[in-house]
Write a protein that binds this ligand. Sequence first.
Ligand code: MG
Length: 178
Amino acid sequence: MNKSTIFFDLDGVCANFNKKAKEILNKEIDHEGRNISVEEWKIINDSTNHLYLNLEVMEGAEDLIEFASLFPDNFDVKFLSSLPSKFDVKNAKDDKKKWVSINFPDIPLIVVPKSSAKSLWCKPEDILIDDKSDVCLDWIRQGGFAIRYVTYEETKYQLFQLIYERLLGKEFKYSNFY
Ligand SMILES: [Mg+2]
């Protein structure tokens, strides 16, 4: 197989944006982090100069990255993150770079201006792990594989299946492991 890339989204997959937004806005943030109005983005932006620098690492993110990094002959591992499209958040790009250099210094980061631009980075068979359904669908349309992140455990299992099938060239069957 040709070498391909496993791309990880940052917010909602590796960086806990929703937790921080919930703290600032005092309301539940939906899974894809989209129920934030322009007015609420302004509140977030006024409350901190370094939103993205101070996000917690998501539960399981280190394990996912470590697992994806076990196959350096077959897969590169990179972050692929977009800037918020509704609002120009202070220091967003620099803070994302710093966050990665602190928390995952070995993993390169690509920042795109909006989430719909992520699929421009997709080469056939590249894998994307992202919490937004439309971003995953765009990726698949470009010939990639996408895992829509819901939980860390499910994502790890699906990534395991994908890697297994790619490396061995046969369908993953749970019974292979009995
Ligand atoms: Mg995301």
